[in-house]
Ligand binder design. Structure first.
Ligand SMILES: *Cc1c(COP(=O)(O)O)cnc(C)c1O
Length: 423
């Protein structure tokens, strides 16, 4: 390779004027990313939380190879195929209750857009034209497209920068205590006639800073939505498929969402795919003699056979390999190995849930230095906001996980000693 590798690439979330040169990935194996120069990094973040079985799992690779030769892609308009039918049927069985109608999308943000569109049109199809807003939460994150941004935390979603472009939603703090629960119920009650749905990330608000809440809090949110007569959308894109300790996070609260968004680890990290799953009640509201009552949405690559084959293979692995047990083991190891860090200067909080370990610091300074230190230690970590976190593949070995927690324990004190500078 010659020339500047990023001369024509516009990187995500990056000020291109002074961005550090990105590392060049060559290939992947197990929990590792191998760079062009031969260095190996243990991936502590499983490629944005997708690679739950580690990289290149032979079962997923084989299923995709087989599908690749038979039919890599075919349009989903007017055609269906076995990989999609099988995947939809399996998701319907795995998901609790009446969540049994699957709309495929090509990314998580689009799955959220579809969920929001479904919720608004659910009202319209019943003659209720006033439900044009959503209730969402501080520290929430639901994607980077415009409607998804509007239900993301106002700072994270850049609501002030994009004022006028983004619909204005009703935004509440996660109601963790009695006082905020009362306020939450009241807020929802005040807006009950204009709200199409409450949208929440169950148990862990990931991109918004790995903020956690318990099942009881999630139940309060779900019950309030039910009492107010508005739909509940659970965005499980980050936590689905075991990340928070159970196959789906919302089941820990025993609640019954009307719509759920799946993504990220749906294909085990092999290829993009997402889904919006609705209950029979939501689906039924779109059945009509009126053509315009139909859900008018159809991403070009929706339900790609190749992606569905990968997802089916990923689901096989949840059946055949002890993933949830591995998550429990990771959780216990994270608790043991991160606990001593509480006493470090600058550490504000340590949060662990399933295969998610987050260390909140008062001020995440010297970020480029910090990232470089982790790389030098052979660890791929991406601190952001004010958290240093790991969300490793579930197949990570105890030694590899110790290498991650060891690097954090080793580097954090040196980082805390540095004079804070930007970058
Ligand atoms: C990542 C994420 C999304 C967006 O998914 P993309 O595939 O990046 O569009 C939406 N919601 C949550 C909770 C996420 O973590």
């Amino acid at each position: 390779m010659s020339g500047v590798p990023t001369a024509h690439i516009w990187l995500p979330y990056t000020q291109m004027q002074n961005a550090a040169e990105p590392l060049r990935a060559s290939h992947t194996a197990g929990s590792r990313i191998i760079l062009d120069d031969g260095r190996e990094l243990i991936d502590a973040v499983a490629s944005w939380w997708t690679a739950c079985h580690g990289y290149n799992h032979p079962h997923i690779v084989m299923a995709m190879e087989k599908q690749l030769h038979a039919m890599p892609h075919v349009m989903f308009g007017g055609l269906v195929h076995e990989p999609a039918e099988k995947l939809a049927a399996r998701l319907a069985v795995m998901l609790p209750g009446p969540l049994n109608r699957v709309f495929f999308a090509d990314s998580g943000s689009v799955a959220v857009e579809v969920a929001m569109k479904m919720a608004v049109q659910f009202g319209l199809n019943q003659g209720d034209t006033g439900r044009t807003r959503f209730l969402s939460f501080r520290d929430g994150y639901h994607g980077d497209t415009l409607a998804a941004m509007s239900v993301t935390d106002p700072d994270e979603g850049m609501h002030s920068l994009f004022r006028g472009y983004l619909p204005e939603q009703v935004i509440a703090p996660i109601p963790r205590d009695e006082a905020s629960r009362a306020a939450f119920r009241q807020l929802l009650d005040e807006h009950r006639h204009e709200i199409a749905a409450v949208i929440v990330e169950p148990l862990v608000q990931c991109a918004g800073g790995m903020k956690m809440h318990d099942g009881a809090t999630l139940k309060v949110i779900a019950d309030a939505a039910k009492d107010a007569g508005v739909l509940l959308i659970c965005d499980e894109i980050a936590v689905n498929f075991g990340r928070a300790g159970t196959l789906f996070a919302h089941t820990q609260a025993g609640i019954a969402p009307d719509i759920i968004c799946l993504g990220k680890a749906l294909t085990g990290g092999a290829i993009n795919l997402a889904a919006t799953v609705a209950t029979a009640d939501v689906f039924d509201a779109f059945l009509s003699d009126q053509a315009e009552a139909a859900l008018m949405h159809g991403p070009t690559y929706m339900g790609s056979p190749l992606a569905c084959a990968a997802a089916n293979a990923s689901l096989d692995l949840f059946d055949s390999e002890p993933r949830l047990q591995q998550v429990a083991t990771i959780e216990a190891q994270l608790k043991r190995e991160l606990a001593p860090l509480t006493s470090l200067p600058g550490v504000v909080d340590i949060r662990i849930k399933g295969a998610i370990g987050a260390i909140e610091v008062a001020d995440l300074h010297n970020l480029d230095w910090l990232k470089a230190q982790f790389v030098a230690a052979g660890i791929w970590l991406r601190p952001f906001g004010n958290v240093i976190y790991t969300m490793p593949p579930f197949t990570i070995t105890p030694d590899e996980l110790s290498a991650i927690t060891g690097a954090i324990s080793d580097i954090l004190p040196r980082w805390a000693d540095r004079t804070p500078t930007a970058g």
